[in-house]
Every structure is written in C-alpha cells, then in structure tokens.
Design a protein around this ligand. Sequence first.
Ligand code: ZN
Length: 501
Amino acid sequence: MTFTVLTAEFVSENNTFKKGFTELKDFAVDCLIEGDEALRHRGDANTELAGFADVAREREWRMAHAISALAAPSAPVSRAAYDHIAGVICRAAAALGDRLDGILLSLHGAQVAEGIEDGEGELLARLRAIVGPDLPIAVTLDLHANATAAMAAGAQIWASYKTYPHIDMREVGQRAARLLHDAMARRTRPVTLRRHVPMMDEVNSGRSDAGPMVALYARARDQEREPGILSVSLNAGFSDADIAEMGPTVLVTYDQGHEGAAARAAAIADAHARAIWDARHSCENDFLEVSDAVAVAKGFDPSAGPLVIADYADNPGSGAYGDATNLLKGMLDAGLTNAVFAPVIDPEVATALHRHKEGDRVTVDLGGKNDPAFGGGPLRLEGEVMRLSDGAFRGDGPMLGGLDRSYGPTAVLRVGGVDILVVTENEQMLDRQQLYAFGIDPTRKAVLGLKSMQHFRAAFEPIAGKVIVCDSGALSTPKMSRRPYVRVRRPIWPLDAETTF
Ligand SMILES: [Zn+2]
C-alpha cells in the first residue's frame, strides 16, 4: 500500500524579551518556500526534510510537502505571519482529506506568536480540527524545545535532536518518518507521555559534548532499542521564551500494543527527569566577565590555534540582538592584535559602509542600538573598510554543510588590530565559511570573538587552541534574574531557590 503523507517545516524559536515581531519577510531571509520547490533547497542536506525525503523514497510514499518556513531565532512571530504559515499547512491537510494517511512535521518547540504562547500546540490543535484525533502525526523537535502538554497530546510520535551542537537533523527526520510509517501500517499504536522538570532549562542547555547529558543521551539511544519503546526525547528547554510551561521535558513515545511498554516508558521518563533535576548544579561553562576574558586573550600564545571567546550572552541564535558591544570594547581597549569579532548585526552601519569602497577610512557608531542596557551601547569607531560583500556564503561544516545562507550586505571593518564582521541579517556563528567567505582565515588569527553559545564548537573547536566563554551582559545572559519573567510557572529553579521536585 502506498501512503500519502503531508510534510511541512515550521521552525522558529522565539525570545519573548526581544522587542518587535518576526514577520514573513524574516522567514524569507532564512527559508519560506511552498511545495516541492523546498526539496530542491533543503532535500539533500543535513535537515529534517532530507530525512523525511529519504524515508519517503525508501517506503515509496506519496509525499506532499506544504511549506518550509524557517526563521532565525528572534522576537515572537507576528499573528499575520503565524496564521499565514499555519494556514498553508492546514489548507494542504484539508485538500488531501481522506487520502491522507499521516502527517510529518519539523517544528522547533519554543515557538511563541503574537497572542499564542504555544505555537506548536496551536498548530496541532488546528490540524486535529481538520484531520480528527486518530490520524498518525509525527513531529521532530530541536532539543531546545519547550514541549508543552498540549503538544504531547496533539501528536502520537515525537523525536528530538540528541546533539548540541545540533548535527543529527537528518537522522532525527528519518527516525520520526520510520516511526510514522509503522503507525500508518498499523504495526504500532504509538502514544507519547511527558515529564516536565521545574527548571528554566537543563543546566548546560543540553550540551552533548560535556556534562551530565552525555550519559543521558547515550542511555536514551539504548532505550530506543528496547521492545515497545519507540523514541526517547530529552528537551533542554528554552528559557528566553517566557511561557508558563518553559523548561526541560522528557518525551517517551511507546507502543500501546506492546505489553508492559506503558509502565516501562513511565519509568524511563521519570528516571531522565530526575537525573536532569539532580544535575542542576553541574554547570560546565565558566562564564568569564569581559575583563577576565580579555586578560586571557592578552597573554595567549596562538601557536596551537586561536583563542575562541564565545560571546555567549549575545547569541543571535537564542534571540539576543547580536549587536552588543561590551566584549568588542574590551578587546579594542586591550589593544589585541590579529583578532576577529564576528558578527555585529547592525544593518544601518552595514549599509553605510557599502557607500564606501574597500580601503576607505571611516568613522561609525557601531552596535548597541537595540537595548544598550543589555550588553553595551554604540561604539564610535574609526577604521578601514577591508571587504564589502553581499553576505552570501555556503556552509561546509557539520551544521551548515551544503546550505546557502546570507548575512545580507556585509563588511569587514578593521579597527586597530580587530577585524569586525558587520552584517545585516541575523545569524550566529555556526560555520568557518562565515569568515572565509569575507576574506578572513580563522586558522591564522590569534583571537576570535564569536557570537554564539555552543553551536560554534562544531566548526571552531577543531581549529581552536583554547575556548573560553564570556558573559557580556547581553540579552541572553546566564544571569536569569536580570530578565523580567512574568509568565513562567513558579516556583522554578534557579529563580526560586526553594523549588523542589
Ligand atoms: Zn537548539
């Protein structure tokens, strides 16, 4: 029998502390493509969609792809943009009607839209209103999902990444697709149970290269081979989205037709939730103040590779503005040489620099424009325009390999001994091509200041002499009490020391 499967990607991770809204034009910068055309762009790369397509070929499905809508992490999605994208998916489901055998979705799991606190739960509710309660639905999630109870109830099958840096997107897509196939073929009767840990997020945000989660991901993979246990997902949560159900969750998808699976699934979920809670003091990162990070840089010997300083708190990948200047100021004031700072997201200055030519001397007020209270205000800088570019690059690392991206109008501005990548569009540092494409060879540099929390490690750790992490005080500061939470359910650790679990 040939199954007809509706697929879609609707991915955004929304920081409720960030001003403004994510609009359709912001999706268009990253990816907003309807129908099969999306497969030509994302169907053979490290994406969930590629994993869906692999299994569709393998199991000879009729795959109907509604839309690929992916935005860089940012402010909540506007209601108009949310309704448009959700509408494309829902209309596709309605059009297929009774011919539809299953739905396969790639979502993030921390989507907040204007007036909608649980974007994924709302999408599933709208779909269920069309297809009814029983049609098999499988969903992939980023491991930084806030997975709500409504989400878990809205689909039978859930599969999250098990890597941070995220490098298993295609594999997770394949996994969810195969589980959906078994459900459509009535070989399994999947359902998912959920456990929620009263923490803002897992203590290392789900790092899979260090800390307590390494063992938990390995255990989860083993458990997925147990009879009747179909998928074990450990979601670290996303604490920049102030919603009631924020925090780490465990989702265990099991086969109701397998005797004993329900009890085993509950035991697995309870044990993982307990382990995440018990490890809440085991933070792997040493968050250096700017002055301490710069002191390390001043004495650093780059003969074994550059010093990488992660500007953790201004990670554009968690919805911070990407224009905070505190770390850059520290690097400039210290007179560092042969250094790079990347990126500063400042469309105004990027545009202004494009009115010049390479080699010109310029004076600009760079960065710090969105919210100077978080991470520092604009810096008046005089420097030389080293490179002007349309911002396009093609990734070649573990996360972006083969994917075309663009920073929009981009310039390299050299101030003292620091080459500053000034860009227009929002993108954290994920790939060495984000420097090579603009004439910077990171292997030949002494110091790389990179805006990213953890993802930079996939591409930059292999060439780094040393990695340190800086809290520059920007919007994604690990000092959570600096953010004005109002929605999250209290008590919650670490905001409320008395929290118990
Ligand atoms: Zn993530």
